[in-house]
Write a protein that binds this ligand. Structure first.
Ligand code: DGJ
Length: 746
């Protein structure tokens, strides 16, 4: 059993292979958190002294006995508001007569096989039948409030999931003002936070900071998880590197406004609460009704950041994403967006298809502009019928002709949105989010459909279902190009408007769930103006997400690095685009662009008709190489070979097969230097006792001034791990190198 209850010590301990997590039922029934860290047996209650720190209140029952037992200092499993704990609250309820807070005490618990599910929300499942669930019921009798703390334990994956189900057990309505998915108290340690911020076309830039005293909030209020912040962060010891040291990751399985709040308190203890963004949130619970929070994924490891990332990668691929494509080969696609933007017709698309076929790709994606009267981004969202002016004869003959060439066909949609200039909006103006009496904010000239309404999410499902039934479509790119503003629903009563942002996400998930179940053979790719919704909520349904609208490979090195601290390479949509790049104007070599895009779900985003024959020849070779390497990229363990704050002139990463019999080293020179220092790397993840040879050595677009690069026939894994490799001096604009190592008997 990975969950152990010690009745005498009143402890509940969750063990994974490498970590232990413990809570204890305190003398008055409060659920205290005693430990989360490297696997260890024992009762960790004694780690927490009952010390009077001054001005920290004591429960009434303990007055006169002690001044050291305070909810303000003791670590807890779920902190309540207005309960004498002045740190971050996880739960706050308000009764009809204005009593506000949550002081939770233990009622009972249950340990069961299998993994709990959440109502209407994506959550990890249990494909191998190894998960166990701990449910702990806490209650605030005075408020009629019950909180069921749910823990899913995946022992072999070193992962613990958490969520909370809040129920109104009273006889009058309750209002929830905050309901975090988890609270994690870390009383000891010197923690840095590594988080991922950015903006459109520059998402998930990693930033590592020592935690200051006070509060730090990594959050989105945009209705989507956002380009600006990601619902994933890592807390790590100040000395943790990519390959050593304590690291603890927290990821929300949620795609809406969220908050990851951190507080370093008066005693240097750290608290993290993670969940739905509380600002503007408010949820009515009638007697007997429950509210489920989104799920949070927790992972602790002591072997540095690479190992932590690998655990999240495996978990997301195997235990979260239900798509049959999650672990299957994906088609190499060509998307027409950067090739044509809105300027295309049937002939242009067919010409692209012929080129795609000739290059050896599998799938042609028709992006924005195929529907309604859409010739720019100002109209027609919502009118999901074909633009006959552009595509004479309609979609069916186009798809037929594309398929006749032996290609698959993919289509772009943006179903959550509506243009004011659309038939849909004219018919249903009340379907858009807008405040009565005020003109709504426009963004990209579009409005947001009110997905909290059953008639709207049913329309959305039926419309997409209709498209997928009518046409022979293999792939859908699901875009979402604006944030939510003007949060008001014409269909919700006044007292429930605070529920809108979350109900909107539930409506979205409902459609995604129904659609992916009804059409499991369709490959869905998430997108939100690039990577504005790159999160585990989307990945529970869709196996890949377009990572960023910035396709410049040098910018992508940072964007993809930031993405892969938490998310596996198999989820990262990455394409080769034209040079000079449309977003930055930078010139880069074609093979370096491909090498970077191969650290993801690979494809193209350019007009092959504009390429020379030698360039096309190189693309044919790239596609063939990707096919050979794609399983390794998808299923292998990723190792970052550089530290985040290294002063470096290159970026390098390595992928190692789960059996450690194959590895791929990729390197891009980002800054060629005169009289450069030797470029030396120690490899990672190999079997020290095995021997490896270079199965394929590819140096792209580098001028090698010092001539041949002499290498031995083979090396021991130990030699590559401990002595490393010195690479040749590579000169030129962004040259790159790829070494494919294979185990050998010689
Ligand atoms: C934003 C996406 O990220 C792009 O790839 C493209 O699909 C455009 N939207 C189309 O409007």
């Amino acid at each position: 059993m990975s969950i152990v209850y010690d009745a005498a010590a009143r402890t509940l301990t969750l063990h994974t292979r490498e970590s232990s997590y413990q809570m204890q039922i305190g003398p008055l029934g409060h659920l205290l958190h005693t430990y989360y860290g490297r696997r260890a047996e024992g009762n960790f209650r004694s780690l927490h002294l009952l010390k009077d720190v001054g001005f920290s209140p004591v429960p009434h029952e303990l007055d006169g006995e002690t001044r050291g037992w305070s909810l303000d200092t003791l670590p807890q499993e779920l902190s309540g508001a207005n309960s004498g704990d002045f740190r971050l609250a996880s739960l706050c309820a308000v009764t009809a007569d204005g009593r506000r807070g949550a002081e939770l005490r233990y009622v009972r618990h249950e340990i069961r096989r299998g993994k709990y599910a959440l109502r209407g929300l994506p959550a990890a499942f249990d494909p191998d039948g190894e998960a166990e669930t701990l449910s702990v019921i806490l209650a605030d009798e005075a408020l009629g409030l019950e909180a069921e703390l749910l823990y899913g334990v995946y022992e072999s994956r070193d992962l613990i999931t958490r969520a909370v189900r809040v129920t109104n057990r009273g006889s009058a309505p309750l209002r929830l003002e905050k309901a975090a998915s988890c609270c994690l108290d870390l009383p000891f340690g010197d923690w840095d936070v590594l988080h991922f911020h950015g903006r459109h076309a520059m998402e998930r830039q990693p930033e590592r900071l020592p935690l200051p005293h006070g509060e730090l909030r990594i959050a989105s209020r945009r209705g989507e998880s956002s380009h600006q912040h990601n619902p994933f962060l890592i807390l790590c010891d100040r000395h943790t590197t990519e390959d050593a040291g304590d690291a603890l990751g927290v990821m929300l399985v949620y795609s809406g406004s969220f908050e990851l709040a951190l507080e370093k308190d008066q005693m240097d203890a750290v608290r993290l609460t993670a969940g739905i963004q509380p600002e503007g949130f408010c949820w009515q619970l009638r007697p007997g009704e429950s509210f489920d929070t989104p799920e949070a994924l927790l992972c602790f490891g002591h072997e540095g950041l690479n190992a932590l990332s690998q655990r999240f990668h495996r978990f997301l691929r195997q235990d979260l994403c239900r798509s049959r494509f999650s672990r299957a080969p994906r088609p190499v696609l060509l998307n027409n967006w950067e090739a044509t933007y809105f300027d295309f017709d049937r002939e242009k698309i067919l010409a692209l298809a012929r080129e795609v076929k000739d290059l050896g790709a599998d799938l042609l994606v028709l992006d924005d502009g195929w529907f309604g009267r859409r010739n720019d981004d100002r109209s027609s969202l919502g009118d999901w019928f074909v633009n006959e002016e552009k595509l004479r004869g309609g979609l069916a003959p186009l798809i037929r002709d594309v398929k006749a060439m032996g290609l698959q066909f993919g289509l772009w949609v943006e179903p959550e949105m509506v243009s004011e200039d659309s038939q849909l909006f004219r018919a249903h103006p009340d379907w858009a989010l807008r405040l009565p009496g005020r003109q709504p904010m426009l963004s990209r000239s579009q409005l947001v459909l009110d997905l909290s309404r059953p008639d709207v999410y049913d329309w959305m499902f039926e419309t997409l279902k209709g498209l997928l039934e009518r046409y022979d479509i293999d792939y859908i790119k699901w875009d979402c190009n604006r944030s939510l503003t003007d949060l008001y629903s014409a269909a919700l009563p006044a007292g429930r408007q605070g529920e809108l942002a979350h109900r909107w996400v539930l409506g979205l998930y409902r459609v995604m769930e129904r659609l992916t179940k009804a059409f499991p053979q369709v490959l869905f790719e998430g997108c939100a103006g690039g990577g504005g919704r790159f999160d585990a909520g989307i990945l529970a349904y869709f196996p890949q997400i377009w990572c960023s609208d910035d396709t410049d490979p040098i910018e992508r090195l940072t964007i993809q690095r930031g993405s892969c601290y938490g998310y596996p390479l198999s989820t990262v949509g990455a394409h080769v685009s034209a040079s000079p790049n449309h977003q930055t104007g930078r010139h880069t070599p074609l093979d370096t662009r491909a090498l970077v895009a191969m650290a993801g779900g690979f494809g193209y985003e350019l007009d092959p008709g504009k390429l020379s024959e030698p360039e096309k020849q190189r693309i044919r070779r790239q596609i063939a190489r990707f096919r050979e390497l794609s399983e390794l990229v998808r299923e292998g363990d990723l190792f970052r070979l550089t530290e985040l704050d290294d002063e470096k002139d290159y970026e390098a990463w390595q992928i190692v097969s789960p059996e450690r019999d194959e590895s791929l080293l990729s390197l891009v020179v980002t800054r060629p230097r005169a009289n450069a220092k030797p470029l030396h790397l120690r490899l990672k993840g190999l079997d020290p006792a095995a021997r490896y040879r270079i199965a394929e050595r590819e140096i792209f677009d580098a001028f090698l001034p010092e001539g041949e690069w002499e290498l031995p026939e083979s090396w021991s894994g130990a030699a590559l791990l401990y002595a490393g490799l010195t690479l040749p001096r590579m000169m030129g604009d962004y040259p790159s190198l790829r070494l494919h190592l294979k185990k050998t008997e010689e």
